[in-house]
Design a protein around this ligand. Structure first.
Ligand code: HH2
Length: 255
């Protein structure tokens, strides 16, 4: 899954793709490089604080010129939003997956929109603030159980749901590392898993580097996450990630 942020303030690429033509060119490039899904977002979630809240109208204004083209590139487009109104408009405009960084627990209308359109939904774990004292895996399990209840009540089927530990969201660096190390425990839900470690801050805590110099750490995280059960990898760096996975697969298949 290639990341397309049409935002002025995303933590690693804010402002680079706010111009619609640049965003579209970048989307095309990611598809050419081997992205199977594009994830488009118009509001920074800024896992590390400082996100500027955006109205649904502003979010849609940023999305519309880009969405109308990226939905014709031959890969499914996922809409990264926590707002039901934005998700609905994006689905009508051709997006076919909803990516909710609050796991259906923020906007009370989100689950219904997903049910009405019968599309896949990425349910990501999140917390208002990190708490180093908690067992992050237990917190995630409780959060996902709540999300699954909300989904069921709204008529979202289990076949529509993908779970995501939400690397960097409401987690200390140690807890983000733990979430990848113990990802296999989430397989007990019997649902596909997505991992988004791309350029995140926990990498810097291990091997200091600014966001655009964290590709090595991102790839290491994603390879191990897939080994631990992830089915989808969300990345800013599609070419490097595809190469890493192709080489890893060739080596594995050679034995
Ligand atoms: N991470 C970010 C945004 N959306 N969605 C899912 N499902 N999983 C993630 O890990 C995830 C996500 C943060 O990264 P980015 O999009 O680069 O930054 P920003 O939110 O600042 O635009």
């Amino acid at each position: 899954m290639g990341i397309l942020n049409v935002t002025p303030d995303s933590f690693s690429d804010g402002g680079r793709f706010l111009d619609p033509q640049r965003a579209i060119d970048h989307a095309r490039q990611m598809v050419d490089q081997g992205a199977d899904i594009l994830d488009i977002g118009a509001e920074s979630t800024r896992p590390y604080g400082g996100a500027v809240a955006v109205s649904p109208e502003e979010e849609l204004l940023r999305l519309q010129p880009v969405l109308s083209v990226v939905t014709t590139l031959g890969v499914p487009v996922s809409i990264d939003t926590m707002k039901a109104k934005v998700a609905l408009a994006a689905l009508v405009a051709g997006a076919s997956i909803v990516n909710d960084v609050w796991g259906l627990q923020r906007d009370p209308d989100m689950a219904r929109v997903v049910a009405d359109h019968a599309v896949p939904v990425i349910v990501m774990h999140n917390r208002e603030a990190a708490d180093p004292a908690i067992d992050i895996m237990a917190d995630m399990a409780a959060f996902f159980s709540r999300s699954l209840e909300i989904a069921e009540r709204a008529g979202v089927t289990r076949e529509q749901i993908v779970l995501d530990p939400g690397i960097g969201f409401g987690k200390t660096p140690e807890q983000s590392i733990m979430a990848i190390a113990r990802l296999a425990e989430l397989k007990s839900f019997g649902l596909p898993l997505l991992i988004g470690a791309s350029r995140k801050r926990f990498i810097d805590s291990i091997s200091p580097a600014p966001p655009d110099r964290r590709i090595g750490g991102s790839i290491a995280s994603h390879l191990l996450a897939v080994q631990n059960g992830a089915a989808i990898v969300r990345t800013h760096d599609v070419a490097e990630t595809v190469q890493a996975f192709r080489v890893a697969a060739a080596i594995r298949n050679a034995t």
